[in-house]
Design a protein around this ligand. Sequence first.
Ligand code: GDP
Ligand code: MG
Length: 164
Amino acid sequence: SGPTVAIVGRPNVGKSTLFNRLAGRRLAIVHEQPGVTRDRLRAPVRWKGRLFWAVDTGGLVDLQPGADVGGAILRQAAAALEEAAVVLFVVDARAGLLPGDQTLARWLRRLGKPVLVVANKVDSTAVEPAVHEFAALGLGEILPVSAANGRNVGDLLDRVVERL
Ligand code: GDP
Ligand code: MG
């Protein structure tokens, strides 16, 4: 038991890499090919005396504008969102803002849960300016991180436990 934190986003943005980083172990398969996460994976995360369960999700198809997002999300991802105390909405700062991000954002705004926009693949300060365009998602604060090298992941964890 304990609160869960769902990791959602388009394929290939780095959800499983972030999940492994939070778990401190390589539990999820990271793959170049989208859609590799088939089962919902969960791992306990301890941060500053707090415990939560990180949940990796897959199965978010490449969303087109006007897509039926509810239908596009596999049952396991929908279940993860339903039980989540906090949602980590991962976007790819290198790819930039894509229509699929916008579609998912509209859906997450309606969900009415605390959402943190995690701009991933910010491996260095050079990529930092690219994150500003994600303000258009209208979901508040954007946290630039690198799941691959751990940059700013501590700040992200601070924000998560504040919202539990
Ligand atoms: P998922 O489909 O959202 O679960 O994405 P994955 O975690 O499988 O990662 C997709 C690709 O992005 C892989 O090639 C990862 O190595 C790469 N990736 C993930 N996080 C980062 C990051 O912080 N920086 C960079 N440069 N690449 C990353
Ligand atoms: Mg994955």
